[in-house]
Ligand binder design. Structure first.
Ligand SMILES: [Zn+2]
Length: 278
């Protein structure tokens, strides 16, 4: 018996590197993002779809607001071996947020508005399908603006008394004109001055389907296709679209899956610390 165990142990040690390389680190929680590492020639499937693997063997996946407790990553090793790695995703509880005083038209849009909303959504969806080989998503993200958090990810929203979709990002209440910084390197994949709900809207693509979105902007300071570095000024905060006052809505997506960007940054510094840092 002992010999069999030792034999199995030796066999494991002798396996090619590829068979041992699977690693997954990050926020294994609803709204979270995780970065995996595998053999560069391995194929990774998550939720039945192949996921891009970088030449260094890196990949990224994200978990929706209501992701199931258990998911599986299927790994096809270059040797032909298929491995199934379970991913346990922690459940979160979400707040209910009531916002009153929104312009009625922004809560119950007209037929004409609905057509515009449809067009806006198609542009955003297309930008979010970008699957670029850059791996900017491996950077440590920074807050795009510093200020009071006035809305959090996942909240069930009741707008002017009507239940609506959950909140898909973080709101930071700062005055109009506050400069928005790129939270990580990336390429602008959408720059739109006036969307119905989100007003001035920017999407920055950080590679492998991971993107961040900035909404309600007063002014966009970058163009579609422009390369940005972490900390570059990309826009000014505003109060455009469906809002009651100036703030930045910061969202993050893995393709169509909405993630919580606040998981990737340090706790928001206090206003005092922010003032002395500027
Ligand atoms: Zn928001």
């Amino acid at each position: 018996m002992q010999r069999i165990i030792i034999g199995a142990f030796l066999a494991m040690l002798c396996l090619p590197y590829s068979a041992q390389a699977f690693k997954l680190e990050g926020h294994l929680v609803q709204g979270g993002m995780a970065i995996g590492s595998v053999h560069p020639n391995a194929t990774v499937y998550f939720q039945g779809k192949p996921v891009r693997v970088s030449p260094e063997g890196l990949f990224v996946i994200g978990f929706s607001r209501d992701a199931k407790a258990e998911s599986v990553i299927e790994l096809h090793q270059p040797s032909g071996t298929v491995e199934k790695h379970p991913v346990r995703i922690k459940k979160r509880s979400y707040k209910i947020q009531r916002i009153d005083g929104l312009p009625p038209r922004k809560v119950s849009p007209s037929a004409e508005d609905l057509e515009r909303i449809r067009q806006d959504r198609a542009l955003v969806k297309a930008a979010r399908q970008t699957d670029d080989p850059r791996t900017d998503f491996t950077q440590a993200f920074i807050w795009p603006v510093i200020g009071r958090i006035s809305g959090v990810y996942g909240s069930q929203r009741i707008l002017n008394g009507k239940p609506k979709n959950p909140h898909s990002g973080v709101d930071i209440a700062v005055p109009t004109g506050t400069l928005v910084k790129a939270p990580a390197d990336g390429v602008v994949s959408l720059a739109h001055n006036d969307m119905f709900y989100s007003g001035g809207t920017l999407i920055v693509d950080h590679g492998h389907g991971l993107s961040t979105v900035f909404m309600h902007l007063h002014k966009l300071l970058v163009e579609d296709g422009q390369r940005v570095k972490q900390g570059d000024v990309i826009a000014q905060v505003g109060a455009t679209g469906r809002v009651t006052g100036p703030h930045l809505h910061w969202g993050m997506n893995w393709f169509d899956t909405r993630l919580d960007p606040s998981l990737l940054v340090p706790p928001m510094p206090t206003a005092q610390a922010a003032a002395s840092a500027q």
